[in-house]
Design a protein around this ligand. Structure first.
Ligand code: SAH
Length: 352
């Protein structure tokens, strides 16, 4: 729940929970389906739920909060049509959502927290630390309102925006159930990816949910020395423990993991690191996603040169690793992690 807000966000409730709430209010069950339908269409005003009796609308207003996120900024890439939204939340905080247009469907990249406490050295999202978790309804609204505003139907979701999804575990699990609900947006788990910096103590719990989603692990370095420098989350956990946790996750779920690997000039792009990475990928049958680093103004790192990338890819392929090199989308609209919110913050616009 956002700070200062005393009423729960009604958008975070699943239909069965709405039913229980209505029973507690002395109302009939079928109202829950009506309310869920309004919410799933993006109605964010009890007054507009015209098939509900006025007395019920007033009761709901007393019991729950409801809010429509406001577009603070919307940038459309002239290069590839990528849309980047900056949304204002009920308490004045802001998060980013990116809509990417791929041949296989439109994909939305959602934030799971306002800011981030993981401290990755190359990432813009973490610069101001963590402000707060998003609630499930706020994450859902990123998908829903991106779809409503853009007029594009969304078929895929990646939890790769601002924040660490496994650091906001319960709300993220609830979001997944909401967005997957047949009476809601009904987006299949196989069309959803969750990306983590490697909070391995949460992997067994995630596996136990038996979701069919894809787990992406932000590896970014195959050795402890480099990874601990780039990603504080590696300290005290370590690459070996991460690889073991990935292996266990794969065995428990049967779902292949993918490794995210942002190529950083002179830091993680040596041939020796390519060979180490290949070993890890083979050990867990992981798919490797190579991403040229996006340069962030406040950060010292640069993307790898095309020559180094080529050699790195050659080694991985030679070792039989399944790789893709991610195309950069939205390069002209700051469409990577936290850059837009960061710009607004430096202009003094954030309430954080
Ligand atoms: N906290 C989660 C998800 C958010 S970041 C995680 O760590 O996976 C989504 C992805 O973008 C991660 O792989 C992250 O490491 C990567 N990323 C962050 N900053 C980047 C940059 N400047 N260039 C390329 N990738 C970056």
């Amino acid at each position: 729940m956002p700070k200062g807000e005393t009423k729960p966000n009604i958008v975070s409730l699943l239909p069965a929970e709405l039913e229980a709430e209505l029973a507690a209010l002395g109302e009939v069950k079928f109202r829950a389906a009506q309310i869920f339908q309004w919410l799933s269409r993006g109605v964010r005003d009890f007054g507009q739920m015209s098939n509900l009796p006025k007395a019920l609308r007033e009761k709901l207003d007393g019991r729950f909060s409801i809010h429509e996120p406001k577009v603070l900024s919307k940038q459309v890439s002239a290069l590839d049509g990528t849309i980047k939204y900056l949304w204002e939340l009920a308490d004045g905080n802001a998060v980013e959502t990116v809509v990417m247009r791929y041949k296989h469907g439109n994909t939305v990249c959602v934030s799971s927290q306002v800011g981030c406490r993981q401290g990755c050295a190359f990432c813009a999202s973490t610069i101001g630390g963590l402000v707060r978790d998003l609630d499930a309804g706020e994450i859902l609204d990123e998908v829903l309102f991106s779809q409503l505003d853009s007029g594009l139907s969304i078929s895929n979701i990646v939890l790769m925006g601002i924040g660490e999804p496994l650091d906001n575990f319960d709300n993220v699990m609830r979001f997944l159930r909401l967005v997957n609900h047949p009476d809601g947006l009904n987006i299949g788990m196989r069309h959803i990816s969750l990306s983590t910096c490697g909070l391995i103590e949460r992997f067994p719990e995630l596996a136990a949910q038996e979701l069919q989603l894809t787990l992406s692990v932000s590896l970014h370095a195959p050795d402890d020395e480099t990874r601990s420098k780039l990603m504080p989350a590696n300290r005290g956990r370590g690459v070996d423990a991460l690889i073991k946790a990935c292996r266990d996750y794969y065995e428990q779920t049967g779902r292949r993991i993918s490794f995210e690997y942002a190529m950083i000039d002179g830091v993680n792009d040596s041939p020796a690191q390519a060979r180490l990475l290949a070993g890890h990928a083979r050990a867990v049958a992981a798919h490797v996603n190579l991403i040229p680093l996006n340069h962030v103004e406040e950060r010292p790192f640069r993307p790898s040169t095309p020559e180094h990338m080529k050699e790195f890819i050659r080694i991985l392929e030679q070792q039989g690793v399944n790789i893709t090199v991610r195309r950069r989308l939205g390069g002209d609209v700051d469409a990577s992690c936290g850059q837009l919110r960061r710009k607004m913050q430096t202009k003094g616009g954030d309430k954080a």
